[in-house]
Design a binder for this molecule. Structure first.
Ligand code: ATP
Ligand code: MG
Length: 410
């Protein structure tokens, strides 16, 4: 990619109506565009970053043996009435609309009901189970307050995984595998050291659910971490009884602000009951399917990463999710010619700042956009057959030979 090809431009001024650091930087660097409060577009750089986050999650979901699909965003009223969640009193974030042909539909806030109904067509015997299915899908929630840019929006991307098991035992084994998978995902995304598996309030079949909470000042949740064991609890489950059961002393807890980046739930028979999802066991007896659901918000995760890993100069992306790996700057006529050549070798890895602009302006944009390495080729480095590579995160600078750098581009 070249600056001259990219329609977005960076901006020096912070938008007046954004209070979070991540939103300010993502808007200024041209990663996102604000349509209205709580609704954002992902522009080319932002889209690539989001897709890279999604790809990390996808690889880990596939490694669990889960199958990817896409469910519809328009949802039928009937399927939600079956579980008694169509009413605005029960589900207070619905966006609903009327069909010209008569009747109502909802815009997906989540997908437990449609997945449960779908599986009625495919699950009949114990031999069909377990089934693990997931999707990356736009969700719509009429949140009272949009907050912190893409961290809490009214339209957002969710990875939702659902498990269908023969019993609790089979479910619990998978549930723990998902928890490990989530830990790997957040490690790969560069926020593993700040992300805690956290006891939170559960559904009807389980005392707790597990949230994955990333320590972050812009987060909306309060969690408590036990210094000794590393066990974390959401404030909503901080009771004397729970502390005692977990063997934790209140005085050992530290309080933190955190953002929920994912969560995993034991649903049990709630939806199988509501929608009659059954199977025949080995003896031919009808049994209910035992379910779980597992969410991650890739768009919120992108906001949290931008919030956590940025510095006073701009964004700082981990290599695995950066839109481009190298921000390439050519100085002088020969430097620019060589830079253009190198870019053409690997336009998917290299973002070439080919503007006719001062070096300082290019360096400032390199810092704002947050590509992991800034590479400078000047007439001077070229005379020694070298390029200068600066690590965006550490500021460390190294000289590589042109050959060495070219090898990195294949
Ligand atoms: P929260 O308590 O933050 O509202 P939630 O409990 O409603 O989250 P889930 O319904 O379990 O969240 O959704 C799964 C994941 O989707 C969350 O862990 C989060 O990463 C993401 N998510 C939820 N709501 C939003 C939102 N309004 N904007 C962006 N991401 C969201
Ligand atoms: Mg919510």
């Amino acid at each position: 990619m070249k600056t001259s090809q990219l329609f977005t431009k960076t901006s020096k001024t912070a938008p007046a109506d954004e209070t979070s650091r991540s939103a300010e930087l993502l808007l200024r660097a041209g990663y996102i565009y604000k349509e209205m409060a709580g609704v954002y577009d992902f522009l080319p750089l932002g889209m690539r970053t989001l897709q890279n986050i999604i790809q990390v999650i996808r690889e880990e979901m596939n490694a669990l043996g889960a199958q990817e699909l896409t469910m519809s965003t328009l949802q039928s009223k009937a399927v939600w009435e079956a579980s008694d969640r169509w009413s605005d009193e029960v589900m207070d974030v619905w966006f609903k609309t009327k069909l010209n042909a008569g009747g109502e539909v909802g815009l997906a806030p989540t997908h437990e009901e449609p997945f449960t109904r779908l599986m009625k067509s495919y699950i009949s015997s114990y031999k069909d189970l377990p089934i693990y299915v997931y999707q990356f899908q736009n969700k719509f929630r009429n949140e009272l307050r949009a907050k912190s840019g893409i961290m809490r929006t009214r339209e957002f991307i969710m990875k939702d995984l659902y498990s269908f098991c023969i019993d609790r035992k089979q479910h619990e084994k998978f549930y723990e595998e998902v928890a490990k998978s989530y830990a790997r995902i957040f490690d790969r995304l560069g926020i593993g050291d700040k992300t805690y598996r956290t006891f939170a309030s559960g559904g009807s079949f389980c005392k707790f659910s597990d949230e994955f909470q990333t320590l972050c000042e812009a987060g909306e949740d309060i969690i408590y971490i036990d210094k000794e064991s590393g066990i974390a609890l959401n404030e909503e489950v901080l009771t004397d009884e729970n502390l005692e059961n977990l063997g934790i002393k209140r005085e050992n807890l530290t309080e933190h602000k955190a953002a929920e980046v994912g969560n995993i739930f034991t649903l049990g028979y709630k939806y199988a009951d509501a929608l009659d999802l059954n199977f025949n066991d080995e003896s031919g007896k009808r049994q209910k399917v035992f379910m779980g659901s597992y969410g991650i918000g890739p768009s919120r995760v992108m906001g949290v990463i931008a919030e956590m890993l940025s510095d006073d100069k701009g964004l700082v992306w981990p290599e695995e999710i950066a839109p481009y790996k190298y921000y390439l700057v050519g100085l002088g006529e020969e430097g620019n010619k060589k830079a253009a050549e190198l870019h053409d070798k690997a336009p998917e890895l290299v973002f070439f700042d080919d503007r006719d602009a001062r070096a300082g302006e290019k360096f400032a944009d390199a810092e704002l956009m947050g590509m992991p390495y800034r590479v400078v080729i000047s007439d001077k480095t070229l005379a020694n057959n070298q390029v200068e590579v600066m690590n965006r995160k550490t500021g460390e600078t190294k000289l590589l030979t042109l050959d060495e750098f070219e090898h990195k581009l294949v």
